[in-house]
Design a protein around this ligand. Structure first.
Ligand code: NYM
Ligand code: MG
Length: 194
């Protein structure tokens, strides 16, 4: 073949309930990919730095109230506004390690009792991750971790419901696999976004 082709980056998503260790593992993964010479970038959703993200932050810190539907759509819009840059990064060969994605969007809203399909609709068409890693930490352990309870949603009953919806989002190709230093994380392929 003439010329050189850049292999696109890999879209890696970490999911799980609050305080399950996603951010730590995402940081470690980016560090080790970088050390091994793979261009990679850490991202997180919600991205609280954008205009929409600031409103999401106000909601999560209980500074404002919003309907369950409206905040759900804002979380989704906060992913859509990142898609162009994500596409550019992936096409340039950069691997993206993403701390939460559409699965959190569906799990947290459906845990409030909203229809699962309704929850999935706005994220339909987002880039599907190449791999999704689920951090399966028992809620009572998460509650012992620093900071639990500071934000909206950080309550035992609700986190258990969120975990149950995450389980419903598994596909048959779900692969259980130890990941990094966390023996309870599972790697799986979720086909939610097709
Ligand atoms: N969350 C996160 C949602 O409810 N919907 C979403 O689409 C996303 C991405 O926001 N409790 C919830 C999950 C968390 C909270 O996330 C803030 P983090 O990772 O703690 O900043
Ligand atoms: Mg949190």
């Amino acid at each position: 073949m003439m010329g050189s082709t850049i292999r696109r980056g890999t879209l890696i998503v970490l999911e799980g309930c609050d305080r399950s260790g996603k951010s730590t593992q995402a940081r470690m993964l980016v560090d080790s990919l970088t050390q091994e010479g793979h261009p990679s970038k850490l991202m997180r959703f919600p991205d609280r730095t954008t205009t929409l993200g600031k409103t999401i932050n106000d909601y999560l810190t209980s500074a404002v109230e919003m309907s369950d539907q409206a905040i759900h759509l804002l979380f989704s819009a906060n992913r859509w506004e990142a898609m162009k840059q994500m596409e550019a990064d992936l096409n340039a060969g950069t691997t993206l390690v993403v701390d939460r994605y559409a699965f959190s969007g569906v799990a947290f809203t459906a845990a409030k009792g909203l229809d699962l399909q309704w929850c999935k609709n706005p994220d339909t068409g987002l880039y599907a991750p190449d791999v999704t890693i689920y951090m399966d930490l028992p809620v009572d352990e998460a509650m012992r971790r620093g900071g639990f309870g500071e934000e909206r949603y950080e309550k035992e009953d609700f986190q258990n419901k969120v975990g149950q919806v995450f389980m419903q989002l598994r596909t048959p190709e779900w692969k259980y696999q130890p990941f990094l230093s966390c023996p309870v994380a599972h790697a799986c392929h979720w086909k939610l976004l097709g």
